[in-house]
Design a protein around this ligand. Structure first.
Ligand SMILES: Cc1cc2nc3c(=O)[nH]c(=O)nc-3n(C[C@H](O)[C@H](O)[C@H](O)COP(=O)(O)O)c2cc1C
Length: 278
């Protein structure tokens, strides 16, 4: 499969600025090609996604590994236009929500296990941070697996964490009970455009061998330059506060993004939903 191997090589070179050696005889290269070429999609065709296909995607997503087989992740599908619009109205800065024929929520469900323990007449001494953490990780893995399955059939997705800016409102909208929280949402539909690869930090920065190596700012600078050559930022964030830079790269953008307090009430929301974070 030399074509697939070179497609993977090209995608990962664009992503990481590195030429990887790929054995063209490896099995599963089609799947690897899709993973390597991943990109989010934020524009969708006005074409519906059938309930049968959504069922298949949910089944694949929930086939993902689950911590201790505890199965603490759920998916909540929103397909009615008026309900998608009600969510989109909360996030006018993200007009792609309104276009999506399906919106999903990935839920960390710390409730079912506690209920099962009660029903089985057992104590539940594990109501602490680990319960929240396990359920959140399971939900994140389910999100990723759904994205993978959706991309395999040609659908486009965009995870949406900004729903957590409106966690209480959304929780009421969806009738989420105690110990069930949305970790993220996701727009899903047939992509209206091809999209493009987002370069990532070099593997040298993010893959550690045997022991942790501290961030090398030379690598970050190099990444800023490599990324700007392919995907320059169209706008500089908060120029009134931080000024305009002649060169504006990823690290400047992320430092500016995190110079503003974000979702500082999220812990309060999670605790109010009954999770014990100690
Ligand atoms: C957990 C999670 C939350 C995200 N939340 C949002 C969001 O609220 N709005 C949005 O437009 N994109 C969101 N994204 C998409 C990221 O911005 C996107 O993955 C990133 O820019 C890299 O692009 P790529 O996935 O095409 O490589 C989210 C992605 C993840 C994994």
């Amino acid at each position: 499969m030399p074509d697939l191997a070179s497609a993977i090589q090209a995608a990962l070179a664009e992503r990481f600025g590195e030429r990887l050696e790929i054995d063209a005889d490896l099995q599963g290269l089609e799947e690897i090609t899709r993973i390597a070429a991943h990109r989010v999609h934020r524009h969708y065709l006005p074409r519906s996604v059938s309930p049968e296909l959504m069922r298949l995607l949910c089944a694949c997503a929930l086939s993902a590994p689950s911590k201790s087989d505890l199965q603490q992740a759920d998916i909540l599908l929103v397909r009615k236009k008026e309900n998608i619009h009600a969510i989109a109205d909360l996030l006018p800065e993200m007009p792609w929500l309104r276009e999506a024929p399906v919106f999903l929520f990935f839920l960390a469900n710390g409730r079912r296990l506690e209920k099962i323990s009660m029903k089985r007449g057992k104590p539940f001494p594990n109501d602490h941070l680990d319960l929240f953490f396990n359920a959140t990780i399971d939900a994140a893995i389910v999100l990723t697996t759904l994205l993978r399955a959706a991309e395999a059939v040609g659908l486009g997705c965009c995870p949406i964490s900004v729903i957590r800016d409106h966690a209480s409102t959304i929780s009421k909208m969806l009738a989420l009970p105690e110990k069930v929280i949305p970790i993220a949402g996701m727009c899903l539909g047939w992509p209206a455009e091809k999209g493009s690869i987002t370069p990532r930090l070099s593997l040298h920065s993010t893959v550690h061998e045997e022991h942790f190596v501290e961030t090398d700012f030379g690598e970050i600078d190099a990444y800023d330059r490599r990324r700007a050559a392919i995907r320059p930022y169209r706008n500089q964030r908060d120029p009134e506060r931080f000024g305009r830079h002649e060169f504006y790269g990823w690290s400047e953008d992320k430092a500016r993004q995190y110079a503003v307090p974000l979702r500082t009430d999220f812990g309060t929301f999670v605790r109010a939903k009954g999770f014990n974070l100690d």
